[in-house]
Design a protein around this ligand. Sequence first.
Ligand SMILES: NC(=O)c1ccc[n+]([C@@H]2O[C@H](COP(=O)([O-])OP(=O)(O)OC[C@H]3O[C@@H](n4cnc5c(N)ncnc54)[C@H](O)[C@@H]3O)[C@@H](O)[C@H]2O)c1
Length: 474
Amino acid sequence: MKNKLFFPILSLLFCFLVSACTPKEKGIRKGNYRITDQGIVFDEPQRVEGQKSVLQLAVDPIENVRIGFIGLGMRGPDAVDRMTHIDGVTVVALCDIEPDRVEKVQTDIIEAKGLPRAAAYAGSREAWKELCERDDIDLVYICTDWKTHVPMAVYAMQHGKHVAVEVPAATSLEECWQLVDVAEQTQRHCMMLENCCYDFFELTALNMAQQGLFGELIHGEGAYIHNLEPYWHEYYDNWRLEFNQDHSGDVYPTHGLGPLCQAFDIHRGDRMKSLVSMSTPSYNGKKIAKEMMDTEEFANGDMTTTMIQTEKGKTLLIEHDVYTYRPYNRLFQLTGTEGFANKYPVSGFTVQEDKLPEGFLPEGHKPLNPHDFVPADVRDSMMKEYLHPIAKEIEAKAKEVGGHGGMDFIMDYRLIYCLHNGLPLDEDVYDAAEWSCLGELTAASIAEGGMPVVMPDFTRGDWDKVKGFHHAVK
Ligand SMILES: NC(=O)c1ccc[n+]([C@@H]2O[C@H](COP(=O)([O-])OP(=O)(O)OC[C@H]3O[C@@H](n4cnc5c(N)ncnc54)[C@H](O)[C@@H]3O)[C@@H](O)[C@H]2O)c1
């Protein structure tokens, strides 16, 4: 009897010892995240040996920036055109699946300006790899659909190129980490082209905030509200509607979030720590899907609202709605302890008189009302007085070349200026990851009934090393 029990008891004891000694994962695992007491916690990969931070990355100055463009649909050709207005830039190569799109840019932009024809890559979904493999390109500029951004950016960096990639840079958390890891492994720049950071109002309000006009910033709001009904048919192979059909959450968060993160010094003294997100059901999205894809299935809710809290306890509200009948609204709002800025639907500021320079207000003016915007003439003078130095420098040319009123040009100009002068870029790979990761994080929060999500720290602990966001200047 004794002998019979010896081995079962021994094996039970062994199992108990093994399980007691194995570190237990906290919470309930669901795919790539766990549900814990703090809410949803996604897996965060370790930095591998030999890989180092690209915070404030500066590379040798590049006198003439040689660019290869991939993706020449609605967005790409304007980017090619804008770059031809900047000195010290050469358009070396152009790529699109469709040969006629490449040829149109060659004739309408490159040849029309008397520039040498660029090398052309077209006719397949893989032709862009040959462009990345060239040894006479410094920067690969990507304007394709969302799902192709990361494979292209990664391949380009691994072939020694810097990368500029349209918004959102990545579509999943795994892709965000991939961008960060490859940028760190290759020590290449990877900038997401968040043009809204360069609009005149956003830049001016940022300058005001940095000069203390609003006191301490405590809350920000941003949005992308744009009824895309007239455009759904225009996207190549229906990529955008297909993506939204497949994904819930804020799939296009960066226009609202980018300018706020700069104003709130995200990973430059503060960091986004957690978020909660909620979404309505799909009503209009479903209708479009029925019409265009003959399906009633549609994951993306019509209106998605997300609240983010930062390490310092400040709050950001982000909205996404590309379906409903309402005016275009790319909300950008800053609330400070002593002032306020708002763009869309009404742009204006609320400030305290003693924050303005002496003699700024006209003689005999009415006292500024603390619960109203400053009068329109004061707002207009403030827009001039506080115009950001980087916008001042290039304002006239930006308005002439255009691109959403000039902001796209300022963005490209700044990218090239930093590369010419060997300076850190305004938007680094951590911004690209932090702003893009909202897609998967908001979807998880929504799926778990609005549960908080712990936001990953893509800088892996370095978020407080740089003190305050600044545009690098020579
Ligand atoms: N920042 C902004 O204000 C802004 C505005 C519009 C679009 N965008 C972004 O720009 C990107 C492109 O949008 P769009 O409106 O031009 O879309 P689009 O569908 O008009 O164009 C995409 C182009 O990419 C090409 N393409 C796709 N896969 C390719 C591949 N494997 N190789 C080569 N070419 C490929 C397609 O042929 C097409 O010409 C998206 O990321 C979008 O979010 C940003």
